[in-house]
Design a binder for this molecule. Structure first.
Ligand code: PDD
Length: 281
């Protein structure tokens, strides 16, 4: 395997950054995960737009034009011979003596890109079964709209899920409303067939998959309601599912040990998943 690190393509085993990288010391950086399908990046433009937004929000200046970054992403995919899988991109504020203030003079950001193959059949098997999730208090900071590498609450929540025999954790805010998953957006389907997901204005990352699923829903003539929903409403929902670049739409069949609907993947989530790649670019 090959990784791109600050201008060089190097063997994955030798792909390292400095101990004083601000990503390492302060989680002072952002990232993107993009699906690769048939050798092409899915929704590359939207991922690049969100990357630029994340960088702007934390005031890291991208040291190369977006077009050049696109070349690096595609080259990393190509060099790893990935047909189906994922590409990971991380940009941090760079290497400087440890000091909380932004480096002055400015240091060049560190850019790392990796790509790996993933067997689509494995994801399909998981989706066919449906996943169990748990709920945990949302103890994250307010700026979860930024796709930062500061993911400790997400790591702890997802590990707690695994310990409980589940795959994902849904964060719940102080009002009892679900915000999102540890690495996914959260959705339910109401008794009258409406899709409900939290508005992206607060408490969540605006998932690229979330946006595409809204377009899929429109194509399937399903109604989407962007509003908060509680754990209680989710427990009584007809269906639930999660979305992300790595999951597309994956049915949720159990929340905190309680079955959702008939305890099997629902038809709406299945239809959204089946149609996802017809709409995603
Ligand atoms: N996670 N919410 C959170 C907290 C996420 O980390 C992610 C993505 C999403 C879904 O966003 P998108 O549809 O753009 O992938 C929502 C990536 C896949 C990860 O951390 O691996």
């Amino acid at each position: 395997r090959i990784a791109y690190v600050n201008g060089l393509y190097v063997p994955h085993a030798e792909a390292v950054v400095h101990v004083e990288d601000r990503g390492y010391q302060f989680a002072d950086g952002v990232y993107e995960v993009c699906e690769v399908r048939g050798g092409h990046m899915v929704d590359e433009r939207r991922h690049m737009e969100r990357l630029v937004r994340s960088l702007n929000e934390i005031r890291i200046r991208l040291p190369m034009p977006l077009a050049a970054l696109g070349v690096v992403l595609r080259e990393t995919v190509r060099r790893n011979r990935v047909r189906n899988g994922f590409v990971y991109l991380q940009v941090t504020r760079g290497v400087a003596r440890r000091d909380h203030y932004f480096p002055d003079p400015e240091t060049p950001p560190s850019i790392v890109v990796t790509a790996r193959a993933a067997d689509p059949a494995k994801g399909e098997a998981v989706a066919a079964q449906g996943i169990a999730i748990i709920t945990v208090p949302d103890n994250r900071w307010e700026r979860v709209d930024i796709k930062t590498v500061g993911l400790l609450p997400n790591v702890l929540a997802k590990e707690a899920a695994r310990q409980a025999g589940a795959r994902e954790a849904w964060f719940v805010d102080r009002d009892g409303n679900v915000t999102e998953g540890g690495s996914t957006n959260a959705w339910i389907v109401t008794g009258d067939g409406k899709l409900v997901t939290r508005p992206a204005e607060s408490g969540i990352l605006r998932g690229i998959t979330r946006t595409v699923i809204m377009e899929v829903a429109e194509k399937l003539q399903l109604r989407v309601e962007e509003r908060a929903f509680t754990v209680k409403e989710a427990l009584g929902a007809r269906e639930a599912f999660v979305t992300s670049a790595t999951n597309f739409a994956t049915p949720v069949v159990r929340i905190d040990g309680q079955s959702i609907g008939d305890g099997k993947p629902g038809p709406v989530a299945r239809a959204l998943r089946e149609n996802f790649h017809k709409v995603a670019e």
